[in-house]
Design a protein around this ligand. Sequence first.
Ligand code: ZN
Length: 321
Amino acid sequence: MMTRIAPLRTFAILLLVVPLTNRAGDYTPITVDMRLEQITPDVYYVQGAAGVATDNQGFVSNSGFVITRDGVVVFDALGTPALAHALLKLIRARTDQPIRRVYTSHYHADHVYGLQVFKEAGASVHAPLGAGDYLASEIAVERLEERRFSLDPWVDENTYLVPPDEIISHSSSFELGGKRFTISYQGKAHSDGDMMMLVEPDLVLFSGDLIFEGRIPFIGNGDTRHWLETLERLETTGLRALVPGHGPASFEPAATLSLTREYLAFLRDSLGRGVEELMSFDEIYAATDWSRFAHFPAFDAGNRINAYQVYLSLESEMLGQ
Ligand SMILES: [Zn+2]
């Protein structure tokens, strides 16, 4: 991968992944509430608030962990090192087993800025194909600079992006301490690369941002066509619980799945009709009845930009790009 990157870009990446000073473990404490929720005797998660990425000291996404007889597996690393440090303390209150692995559902700031804490605690980092694209992107550089400002002091000059130890490009399973973990790679759906983790025998699925609960999903540069196909294929029968990337864990996974699926389908249908009739974005947006989704948190902050992203991608799809 590195050979394809221009020298200047390589320098930018080095700045991103190397801490400027060595101050491991010294994180400004968070003052927001982070409560541990237990799903099964060995599976836990913390739930971020339903805000934009810089609300609530950056605690807007979920993270979970699984305790086995042979160590702990973490899923997603939260949006600041300070949050991850608080999560690590909650893990340590439950077990002194080593943190073996961290799986990241995808490389977006709200899920990976805490990786350095788990890496420094000895875990290996596992991420879907697409993480490399993110790490090499201008967006990654600009986002970190912006968050050092907007999430100061929880993101600072000692915050750095951790490149994965393993890139995952196909689905596989492994066993650890009496549990079976199935990592399913989903390709480019919500982001440049997404994956989920199923824990057995607990039958808990961590879906990352392929599924949002109780709020409007964030679309960003997602591929809504593939995302929707992924959700239509996803089998939830037999699951005990589903932990989405944002919002509360669900004990009715099929119903939870339907919010994200229906929202994506609605965006694609209503904007698609307008694009075919060569209407402008503003005309389509004004003519669409949004009442089905308008009461969900994050609607005001996110719906119009989501709709615009889908409009642009539908135009590209129509042109065969
Ligand atoms: Zn997210």
